[in-house]
Design a protein around this ligand. Structure first.
Ligand SMILES: CC(C)(COP(=O)(O)OP(=O)(O)OC[C@H]1O[C@@H](n2cnc3c(N)ncnc32)[C@H](O)[C@@H]1OP(=O)(O)O)[C@@H](O)C(=O)NCCC(=O)NCCS
Length: 181
């Protein structure tokens, strides 16, 4: 996505992408964070009928394009379109970003963030949707009740689509859950 550039420029470009995602998520979505004692993990999500998030304000957008370059901005837009075509039609929560600082991974923080968010989401009885391009994340999400819903190549990188059925209403059996279309 970011093209050929050195590690420092990649970090700068990634920071710009995360900053725009956080700004849009904080204004129109739901953002959860975990501190230890500084911020070491975050989850950015979009509520039912909120996807796609409106873009952040023009100054932040122009700054992000200046940092990332026009090529990266064009590739982000192409990737967005490729994945947008598969989004569920029914109202659903969308998990946009989940990340834990590498020095704090494998300690249960990512799982705890996901669990806390799903408890909130389940109250809405909506399906949940996410995409991941890391095969090692599939089992992590399956443990939280997600199922594979497809695989889409984006610039030759496989991206796995995952869905989680709505929480059953009281008295329902698991078979009565609806999977988002
Ligand atoms: C995916 C991600 C958010 C998981 O965060 P995390 O804090 O490492 O998650 P957890 O610690 O809850 O779980 C990860 C693993 O640690 C294990 N684990 C949980 N608590 C543990 C503990 N106390 N001690 C050791 N291992 C533990 C879990 O069983 C899990 O095992 P797995 O590797 O078989 O899945 C993190 O790896 C990450 O930020 N990755 C880069 C960004 C990314 O890919 N985000 C997802 C985009 S869709």
């Amino acid at each position: 996505m970011l093209g050929e550039r050195g590690p420092r420029a990649r970090v700068r470009a990634n920071r710009a992408a995360v900053r725009t995602t956080l700004a849009a998520g904080a204004s129109h979505g739901l953002v959860l964070g975990v501190r230890d004692p500084g911020l070491v993990g975050a989850l950015v999500s979009v509520p039912p009928r909120g996807w796609p998030l409106p873009p952040p304000g023009l100054p932040l957008r122009l700054w992000a394009i200046a940092v990332q370059g026009l090529g990266a901005a064009r590739r982000w837009a192409e990737a967005f379109d490729a994945l947008a075509a598969h989004h569920p039609i029914l109202p659903h929560w969308y998990l946009g970003t989940l990340g834990v600082d590498p020095t704090h991974q494998q300690r249960g923080l990512g799982g705890a963030l996901l669990e806390a968010w799903l408890r909130h989401v389940d109250a809405d009885r909506c399906g949940v949707w996410l995409e991941t391009d890391r095969p090692e994340n599939i089992a992590f999400y399956e443990r939280a009740g997600f199922e594979l819903a497809g695989e889409v190549p984006v610039f030759d990188v496989p991206v796995w689509l995952m869905s989680r059925p709505p929480a059953p209403a009281q008295g329902d059996t698991p078979a009565q859950r609806d999977v988002p279309a």
